[in-house]
Write a protein that binds this ligand. Structure first.
Ligand code: COA
Length: 248
């Protein structure tokens, strides 16, 4: 494990940084990572019944603190997160940099943006359910229609593209499921064509938000929503922080 050298990576205005990692599974290393966590985070980590949930939680919190500490040039241990009424964490002492965490399977992504609100979502692709049945519960009418027209072989990809895109928007807004899922619609075709079709049933609102979509690892799909238009998205491998050296 190596902490990022101070100031080694700069987050510029208009750039999004997306860090991706695999959860640490080794309990000795996990204890080392936990040393950076706040007391309430360690308490929460210890409450997880399944080991894999603890691994992913601790790894994600360690990385969030390390990377945010680097951007803000502060000691990661001193960061005191605050939580909105819907649970969205932020660091109110520095509202310049927004961040959002997502985990699924054994993968983590963390998105960072300067002076922009950000939401991210990653999902491990499972194929043990009927995508249309689930779409009827969570998707808007436009999305259900689009999914029902997808080729059989592309059904799950299309479903997960739509799900992660919607979820990244919900997470950017920060209101959880109190935000009606049928009041906005996204595309579900390939990453280059990720975009909002409508937001709040208003064609104009969609101009305020930008959607991106990518494959962070085999078997996973992810999406990012920001308000405003990022001019560059940069991807970083956070495993270098956990398992190797990172260049200063
Ligand atoms: C937290 C929430 C917003 C996302 O949950 P999730 O998809 O299970 O989890 P993710 O791994 O993507 O994100 C979890 C992280 O998001 C952050 N988070 C928590 N509440 C949040 C909120 N209201 N808004 C944004 N981010 C939030 C936290 O950092 C959390 O990490 P932690 O649990 O390790 O502390 C959840 O409350 C929710 O509303 N889920 C909706 C699921 C759903 O039905 N989606 C339909 C999509 S079509």
């Amino acid at each position: 494990m190596s902490l990022i050298t101070r100031n080694s990576i700069e987050l510029d205005l208009g750039h999004l940084h997306v860090w991706s990692a695999t959860a640490v599974k080794d309990n000795r290393q996990l204890n080392e990572l936990s040393e950076l966590l706040a007391a309430d985070e360690v308490e929460r980590a210890n409450k997880y019944v399944f080991e894999k949930d603890r691994w992913i939680y601790v790894t994600a919190k360690f990385l969030l603190r390390s990377i945010l500490g680097n951007y803000l040039n502060i000691n990661p241990k001193e960061i005191a997160f605050e939580y909105s009424e819907f649970g969205k964490p932020s660091y109110l002492k520095n509202i310049e940099v927004d961040f959002n965490v997502s985990h699924s399977g054994n993968r983590i992504i963390i998105g960072f943006a300067k002076q922009q609100t950000i939401g991210v979502d990653i999902e491990k692709i499972k194929q043990d359910f009927d995508p249309l049945d689930l779409a009827k519960i969570f998707f808007s009418e436009e999305e259900i229609n689009a999914l029902s027209q997808a080729k059989e072989s592309e059904m799950f990809q299309a479903f997960y593209r739509c799900w992660t895109r919607k979820e990244s928007f919900i997470k950017a807004v920060g209101e959880g499921l109190s935000y009606p899922l049928d009041s906005f619609a996204v595309t579900m075709d390939n990453d280059h064509r990720a975009r909002f079709l409508k937001i709040d049933n208003n064609q104009d609102s969609k101009k305020d938000w930008q959607l991106s979509s990518f494959v962070p690892a085999d078997g996973y799909i992810a999406a990012i929503t920001t308000n405003g238009n990022p001019n560059k998205i940069e991807f970083f491998d956070a495993n270098e922080i956990l398992f190797g050296e990172i260049d200063g």
